[in-house]
Design a protein around this ligand. Structure first.
Ligand code: R7I
Ligand code: MG
Ligand code: MG
Length: 312
């Protein structure tokens, strides 16, 4: 079945927000503890439809790409700062970077000073990257370049940036309908050995119907980009329905809102917004920048993409 492009753009952004809101109440929990509140029932109930920093930052990425018809680092940083709501639960590195940019330091330099000058390899750049994957879905080189530049606002560690680029490319491949060929495409795309190894592991694990414990041990479920991005890709590839992938991702415990958001972005980009359970969309918050606004952003991103088809 052919799914139209606009539905894929909406699916990616709403899918990401849904995964975030579904995983948020259990963020940081073990796999066993998640099982104690989310039963093995087929469709989980979204009890609390509030999204977190993952979605708030993703909204900022989309707003800035739309406004500038492409990437503008100073504007994207400013947009993150304007949207920042501490109650959404930001990571310490991202909070520190945005505070320093607000105080006048350069958006290109601040993130390099974090973590004793190593820069962050947290998943904060990857979890917000879906709009970059959509806007540059047909141009892998520009996609990588913009994923790196947009990551730099908060994350300068190579593993943080490469994780964001890999997640963006997974979203792009999903938009293009390339599920069967996703792993071989990702293998060609990845330049960093840590991610190359993780992609090899995804392949092996998919072949053998692995247990959740194995996935946690071999791919990871923590806050580092090299643990959560591969797990999101695996969760998408293992199943054939949006809800099965997102439920699985969150059931692993750990950084559940973020792995849920990343899995939701890839799955939504593949299946389109029509595949996201209504029960979840209904529960998702709808305030000033809630689900109606996110849907509108997806449509505007789609229009902006058509206005700038080469994605330059
Ligand atoms: O990546 P970031 O924005 O955090 C995102 C997470 C998601 O789970 C959100 O849902 C929210 O809860 O926060 O924020 P960072 O602080 O840059 O990175 C997250 C964590 O990764 C850090 O707090 C560290 O624990 C770890 N980390 C590092 N540890 C040691 N050395 C990231 N980079 C390093 C490092 O270089
Ligand atoms: Mg979060
Ligand atoms: Mg998280």
């Amino acid at each position: 079945m052919k799914i139209d492009l606009k539905s894929k753009f909406t699916g990616a952004l709403i899918g990401s927000a849904v995964g975030d809101a579904l995983g948020a109440p259990v963020e940081g929990w073990s796999m066993e503890r998640v099982r104690s509140v989310y039963s093995e029932r087929k469709l989980w109930k979204m009890s609390y439809g509030r999204y977190t920093d993952d979605t708030e930052l993703m909204i900022g990425v989309a707003e800035s790409l739309i406004k500038n018809k492409g990437f503008n680092g100073a504007d994207m940083a400013r947009t993150f700062i304007q949207n920042y709501d501490a109650k959404r639960g930001y990571g310490p590195g991202s909070t520190g970077a945005l505070k320093r940019i607000k105080a006048g330091e350069s958006w290109k330099e601040v993130s390099k000073k974090l973590f004793c000058g190593e820069g962050s390899y947290g998943n904060g750049a990857a979890m917000r990257i879906a709009p970059v994957g959509l806007f540059y879905y047909d141009n892998a080189d520009v996609l990588r370049e913009i994923a790196y530049k947009s990551s730099l606002i908060t994350h300068s560690h190579e593993l943080g940036k490469a994780g964001a680029a890999l997640q963006a490319f997974a979203v792009a491949l999903a938009v293009r309908g390339q599920k069967e060929s996703m792993l071989s495409e990702l293998k060609n795309f990845a330049q960093n050995n840590v991610y190359k190894e993780k992609i090899r592991r995804i392949e092996t694990l998919l072949d053998k119907d692995a247990t959740k414990k194995e996935i946690i041990a071999k791919l990871g479920n923590g806050m580092a980009a090299f643990n959560s991005v591969p797990t999101a890709i695996y969760s998408f590839l293992r199943f054939d329905r949006f809800e099965d992938s997102v439920i699985y991702a969150i059931s692993l415990g750990g950084d559940t809102d973020t792995i849920g958001a990343m899995t939701g972005a890839i799955s939504g980009a593949y299946y389109g917004d029509g595949a996201i359970p209504n029960e979840w969309i209904e529960q998702l918050e709808d305030g000033e920048k809630g689900k109606s606004y996110i849907k509108r952003l997806a449509e505007e991103l789609y229009v902006a993409k058509n206005y700038n088809p080469n994605g330059s």
